[in-house]
Design a protein around this ligand. Structure first.
Ligand SMILES: [Fe+2]
Ligand SMILES: [Fe+2]
Length: 318
């Protein structure tokens, strides 16, 4: 079987619609969909009492669904793409071409076992998320799919994959699942609340795997660790979705500090993510203000208090 599958070759049937991050961030509907006067003045969190709460939750649920599919594909690829340390010359993979960066193309067998366990979890999450999406009233393909999660799993260095996917994106999943669990509790929907809680427990484990492997594989290679952390920072910033997730109540999704701590993030690392997220939120607010000022249509009366971040649309998380 082929190693290092490009994102273009992911298997999807014709129900799925793909779009790029650039297209997503350029979508003007994201900043002008709701009249600010009808929005809460104090919070943008996705809650059932928000006028657009049901649609926002459905969009987020679809983002979770496609994120689970890509997380399954990414973890499965990491099982398959790399040789096992110490036995690289044996077995059917010995004659196959592998990544350019040969030292980074080997992983301990225990890492593959962790990725296999994760693939098993993600497959279960896909099944749960399909059922939850139906339960909430949406269909596969009702929202476009962004494949940046899988792209982060295409690095030729497994440490970068784990930093980008398991720590940045699965970290975002912790924030998203916490928000969806709270939404389920507020909506008095035990199915949604319980399912999100159970998946959240798996995601904390996946992030912890990323944190542990990052530290152990780079224990004697500070340069490689720094490259991995830099990759994680880039992915974290990209997936802040213009401030969709931050400590600010202007963001639909909060930062789940306690669960991140359980997943192996240090206080400084959580503080870094909080700062990057807030920065992304402020940049998004500025760009919305600029777009409104230059718009031919009058936007009088729509003030930043009704700020509508792009991420009310799906957040692909695992
Ligand atoms: Fe996961
Ligand atoms: Fe998952």
């Amino acid at each position: 079987m082929r190693t290092f599958l490009p994102v273009e070759d992911l298997a999807r049937d014709d129900r799925f619609v793909r779009y790029t991050m650039r297209e997503r961030m350029a979508d003007k509907r994201a900043s002008a969909r709701i009249d600010a006067k009808e929005r809460s003045k104090t919070s943008n969190r996705i809650t059932p009492d928000r006028r657009d709460g049901a649609d926002a939750a459905r969009g987020l649920m679809h983002g979770i669904l496609v994120g689970e599919i890509q997380a399954l594909e990414g973890a499965g690829r990491t099982c398959h793409d790399f040789r096992v340390t110490g036995i690289a010359e044996r077995g059917p993979l010995a004659t196959q071409p592998i990544a350019d960066a040969a030292p980074a193309a080997e992983v301990p067998f225990a890492l593959k076992l962790d990725m296999a366990r994760q693939a098993w979890d993600e497959a279960r999450h896909v099944e749960i998320s399909v059922k939850l999406a139906e339960w909430m009233g949406s269909d596969i393909g009702s929202v476009a799919e962004n494949t940046v999660l899988f792209e982060a799993a295409c690095s030729t260095d497994p440490v970068l994959r784990l930093a980008g996917v398991n720590r940045a994106l699965e970290g975002l999943a912790i924030d998203v699942f916490t928000t969806m669990k709270e939404f389920g509790e507020l909506a008095q929907d035990p199915y949604l609340a319980f399912c999100e809680d159970w998946m959240l427990a798996d995601e904390v484990t996946h992030v912890k795997m990323g944190s542990d492997w990052l530290r152990s594989l780079t224990a004697n290679d500070p340069a490689r660790r720094e490259r991995a952390l830099e990759f994680q920072r880039v992915v974290d910033k990209m997936f802040s979705f213009g401030g969709t997730r931050s400590d600010s109540m202007d963001s639909p999704i909060g930062l789940a500090r306690r669960f991140r701590e359980l997943a192996g993030f240090t206080d400084d690392e959580v503080a870094d993510i909080a700062e990057v997220s807030l920065q992304a939120l402020n940049e998004r607010k500025q760009s919305i203000r600029a777009a409104r000022q230059s718009s031919a249509h009058s936007t009088a009366g729509i003030e930043p208090a009704g700020f509508e971040p792009a991420g009310i649309e799906p957040a692909e998380t695992a």
